[in-house]
Design a protein. Structure first.
Length: 202
């Protein structure tokens, strides 16, 4: 009877592994492809593109004058685009990011935009290559008075070895566009397959 039980267990395990071998199985990868929290300033491999005037993104703790919000999303510093007036537009552009191995890449960051006379605006853009056109992922024009988590899926067609992300801010008499703790992570499921089965004695 004991021998029969061992044989049955061995047979059952073999069947389970064979099914796995044929069908495969999936797990969440959870890989972090890119991360920036601006604790050491805006990295030199980031760039700014001035589309209208020369309003620059700069390092700050919280919002305009250190208020609304009065802290960074994480750590001590965030970046902000704020200048008096309206229609001053500047892109803050990441270096190229390798997303060629991503299944479902997701962009995550914290944002805050306080209303003063008006509300500034933020457009999130993505491109597949440095010479490609920018594709809009999201547009924010309403006030976001406290730090808020944003999660955006990056289209598969834009996930390449040279993906770029742009945070395009536009002034509109607001308290500034604040962003912090930018991450691109794996949000998909990765298929894994068993290459071999090795039986062991019980």
């Amino acid at each position: 009877m004991k021998h029969s039980t061992k044989e049955a267990m061995r047979y059952l395990i073999t069947i389970i592994f064979c099914i796995t071998l044929i069908m495969g199985f999936k797990i969440a990868k959870g890989q972090v492809f890119f991360q920036e929290g601006f604790e050491q300033g805006i990295p030199i491999n980031w760039s700014q593109q001035f589309l209208s005037s020369t309003a620059s993104w700069y390092l700050q703790t919280g919002g305009l004058n250190g208020e609304h919000p009065d802290t960074a999303y994480s750590g001590n510093y965030n970046v902000i685009l704020q200048q008096s007036g309206s229609s001053k537009v500047t892109r803050l552009i990441t270096p190229t990011i390798d997303l060629s191995d991503a299944v479902k890449a997701q962009l995550r960051f914290g944002v805050a935009m306080t209303q003063y006379v008006g509300v500034d605006e933020l457009t999130i853009e993505c491109r597949a290559h440095p010479d490609s056109v920018w594709v809009t992922l999201a547009y924010f024009q309403a006030a976001i008075p406290v730090w808020t988590d944003i999660e955006l899926q990056i289209p598969d067609s834009l996930a390449t070895e040279t993906t770029g992300i742009a945070f395009k801010g536009k002034t509109n008499y607001g308290g500034g566009v604040c962003i912090d703790q930018i991450e691109i992570v794996e949000n998909g499921l990765v298929s894994l397959f068993v290459k071999s089965i090795k039986a062991s004695n019980f």
